[in-house]
Ligand binder design. Sequence first.
Ligand SMILES: *Cc1c(COP(=O)(O)O)cnc(C)c1O
Length: 339
Amino acid sequence: MNNIDWKNLPFGYFKTDYNVRCYFRNNEWGELEISSSEYVNIHMAATALHYGQSAFEGLKAFRGKDGKIRIFRLEENAKRMQNSAYGIMMADVPTELFREAVLTAVKLNEKFIPPYGEGASLYIRPVLFGSGAQVGVKPANEYLLIVFVGPVGPYFKEGFNPVSIQIVRDFDRAAPLGTGCYKVGGNYAASLRAGERAHHEGFASVLFLDAKEKKYIDEAGPANFFGIKGNKYITPESKSILPSITNMSLRQLAEDIGLTVEKRQVSVDELGEFEEVGACGTAAVISPIKRILDRDTNKEFLYCKDGKAGPVSTKLYNMLRAIQEGEIEDKYNWNTIVE
Ligand SMILES: *Cc1c(COP(=O)(O)O)cnc(C)c1O
């Protein structure tokens, strides 16, 4: 497969040769199965379809400067999938099974891992869902774990470019004691209407506020929010935020370069005080934000006044990318090297 245009890959589905599957039946996980089909045959009464028993993960593999393949923070993604499974009462995926499924999917599709230096990577998508039939509202008694992969380009075609987002109050992504802290499909369904309206109105994403008081920042669409001010990296604390592994990594790197990290409620009123703001997640690492418009009050917050990402966001972004691509020391052992 030497005819992939690595430089112009979108962030989207890409057919590869194989995916890996494992069923949980009769209270135990079966053998890993390798499939070359893009389809699954499931019962029409599967709980995933009716009652939203479905969770996923997203992580990436990179081809490094030294030619080695690195998967970023696999164990953290395994833990988070376990937490999601707990949250919506699905079968627990042991870390060893998660690791084996991910490594197998990556190795079998090695030719789809983009070369070093193109800004592209191999996106890994594990998905776990209730495949067993149920008509009453109950957890399924059968689950399917699938791991598929595909090459993706940098999230932003033009590179590390600042985006505009809008504050919305007429939609909530998640409730304080709901499922916002789990990476489950239903949260995404709940965010689609707000997200599509934002795109239609010319914004990259929405900024959701806390559902109860509409006072504090929750999440920037499918990404965590952070702000930089006075040598501090500040990110919201809330029960309805999905704990981003990128954010966790950036907090560590921020400390390493001498910033103070604060994880606390961040009120909308504080937006005017930040020197830099950004959204973070696996897809883009950091999306610098240049403009936040409050859709209700028309109040506007502007950043990146020279059109470029701020110096702290740029530095953090470069450090994280350098660790992922094996350019600098991985001192916290975040990478799993594929042998
Ligand atoms: C996946 C996700 C993120 C980002 O998490 P990463 O582990 O950094 O990729 C942030 N918010 C939501 C709602 C998510 O689903």
